[in-house]
Each structure stands twice: as structure tokens, then as C-alpha cells.
Design a protein around this ligand. Structure first.
Ligand code: ADP
Length: 279
């Protein structure tokens, strides 16, 4: 079942910038879907449509089987189903302590004090930030802030979690911790949508990849399908994952017998190389 479905949506900002053009973007329940594109391609604009912050100039959005109508009741309902984690945690975290921050969402849902406390505790444990309740969010590292922002969304028990560039600004360890956390949450049943320009991490996690360029979806498929189209990838100002690039060079420059599709991960490359040595 599709939990997010956009039908030919076009969006123009009030100043006339056309940020999205006839975008069809579907998310199947239980998957990890990645939206890959360079800066300014329209990733954030598209994501802001998923919980009704922006409304398409043309086209419709269906969330969990229901077309969004933009009345107050509808918006409340979809904001509970779809949690958005913004790119910059400082746009999301504003309370004086971690505890108050994570409690903010569930408190606004009108839950009892006990229920809010339980949810906050559980959310902080799930993201590995229990013990930080009394800390002011601005004293945390980038990766820790991101995890608290994720906890704030988790505490509202969303069905779908949308994360705008969840690894941007993090060091490699922080980035990989966040992706592993998202993978775990996905295994626990949450549908995940991420935007990124990080081609090296995407293939490891996403079951479906969309490429956006200049407000248009120019390619969709599994990671191997998408990265096989090297011309489109480079045309969108993206590059191949480093491993695929290495295999491409070994094949083209050194005439080693690595056919396309090139492996996208170290694990995949290792298998391919060992196979060549066996043969
Ligand atoms: P991405 O998230 O892929 O970096 P954005 O969705 O932020 O891309 O931007 C898509 C396009 O819309 C860009 O050309 C950007 O300059 C423009 N844009 C973004 N926000 C606004 C805004 N508030 N007003 C006018 N144009 C905007």
C-alpha cells in the first residue's frame, strides 16, 4: 500500500520560482525511500508538502489513502501520521531542555501527563539519548541534536518519518549512527523518507531511489537501477558512489572485466572482485 502519493504536483513560490514540476512521488508502506538531488533541486519543497505545510499549486497529495483537503482537521491528522525532521536541528529544537523538547509534540496532542512521560522516555531510549533529559539542546553535538529531534517526532508515534538531509553537517561516524538508527526504526515498522545528496550512503539503505533535478523527477528505481544510468546521474550534478566510480575506472582505463551494473557498496565490490579471481 502507498502511504504517500503525489499526483503531478507543481509548486510555485509566491515570488514566481517554480520549485516543483509535475512531480509523481510514491512511498510504499514499510520502505526506506530516498530522494536524491543536488542543492536547490526541490527536495525540501517536496517534503514540506508531505505534512501540508505547503500546498501544491497544481496536483494532489494522498496520504495514507486519503487526499489532503487542507482543512484544520485534515492537517492535524496528517501531521500526526507524517513527522518531519528538518535539516537544521536548530529549526526544530527550541525548549530549554531535551525533556521539554521531546515532550512538546505529545503534549500538544492532548495526552495525559503519564502518557507523555512514557512516550518521552521510550523515544529517548530508542534514539540512545536517555540520560540527557536535563541538558539544554544547544549544548549537544550535531549528531545528538539530530537524535533528539528524531525522538521528538517518535514521541508522536508517526506512521511515516520524513527527514530532510539527515546526515548533513555530521562527521562520518555521526552520519552512519543516524542511518543505522533510521534502519532500526524502519525495521520496527516506521516508513522512512530521506532526502540527501550523499550517494555513498544511499545505496546501503534505500529500497527505492528518486532523482530530482530542477524540480523534476528524472529517474526512479532501486539503487542499482538508478546508478546504472551514469549519464543521468552526472547530468543532474551528482556523482557515482565512490566504489562504483572505482569499478568504472578499473573497467575503462585498466580494461579489467567489471561489467555494469557496477557494485555500489564495499560489500558488493568485494564479492565482484573475489568472483573475478575465482573464474
Ligand atoms: P533543495 O532542498 O533540493 O536544496 P529547495 O526545495 O530548498 O531545494 O529549493 C528549490 C528551489 O526553490 C530553489 O530554486 C530555491 O531557491 C527555491 N526556493 C526555496 N525556498 C524558497 C522561498 N521561500 N521562496 C522562493 N524560492 C524558494
Amino acid at each position: 500500500m502507498k502511504v504517500i502519493e503525489t499526483k503531478d504536483i507543481t509548486y510555485e513560490y509566491p515570488d514566481g520560482t517554480k520549485a516543483l514540476e509535475k512531480v509523481n512521488f510514491d512511498v510504499e508502506e514499510g520502505k526506506i525511500v530516498a530522494l536524491l538531488g543536488p542543492n536547490g533541486a526541490g527536495k525540501s519543497t517536496l517534503f514540506l508538502h508531505f505534512n501540508g505545510i505547503l500546498r501544491p499549486s497544481i496536483g494532489t497529495i494522498v496520504i495514507d489513502g486519503e487526499p489532503v483537503n487542507y482543512n484544520k482537521k485534515d492537517l492535524m491528522r496528517i501531521r500526526q501520521k507524517v513527522g518531519i525532521v528538518f535539516q537544521n536541528p536548530d529549526d526544530q529544537l527550541f525548549a530549554p531542555t531535551v525533556l521539554e523538547d521531546v515532550a512538546f509534540g505529545p503534549m500538544n496532542m492532548g495526552l495525559s501527563k503519564e502518557e507523555v512521560e512514557d512516550r518521552v522516555k521510550e523515544a529517548l531510549i530508542r534514539v540512545g539519548m536517555d540520560g540527557f533529559e536535563k541538558k539544554p539542546p544547544h549544548h549537544l553535538s550535531g549528531g545528538q541534536k539530530k537524535r533528539v529531534a528524531i525522538a521528538g517526532i517518535l514521541a508522536m508515534k508517526p506512521k511515516i518519518m520524513v527527514l530532510d538531509e539527515p546526515t548533513s553537517g555530521l562527521d562520518p561516524k555521526g552520519a552512519s549512527q543516524i542511518l543505522r538508527l533510521l534502519y532500526k526504526l524502519n525495521k520496527e515498522g516506521i516508513t522512512i523518507v530521506i532526502s540527501t545528496h550523499d550517494v555513498d550512503l544511499v545505496p546501503l539503505y534505500a529500497s527505492k531511489v528518486y532523482i530530482i533535478s530542477d524540480g523534476k523527477i528524472i529517474k526512479e528505481g532501486t539503487a542499482p537501477e538508478v546508478f546504472e544510468d551514469v549519464k543521468t546521474i552526472r547530468g543532474a550534478n551528482l556523482r557515482l558512489p565512490r566504489i562504483a566510480h572505482l569499478m568504472e575506472i578499473l573497467e575503462k582505463e585498466d580494461k579489467l572485466p567489471f561489467d555494469k551494473p557496477y557494485p555500489l557498496t564495499i560489500g558488493g565490490a568485494r564479492k565482484r572482485i573475489l568472483k573475478e579471481f575465482e573464474d
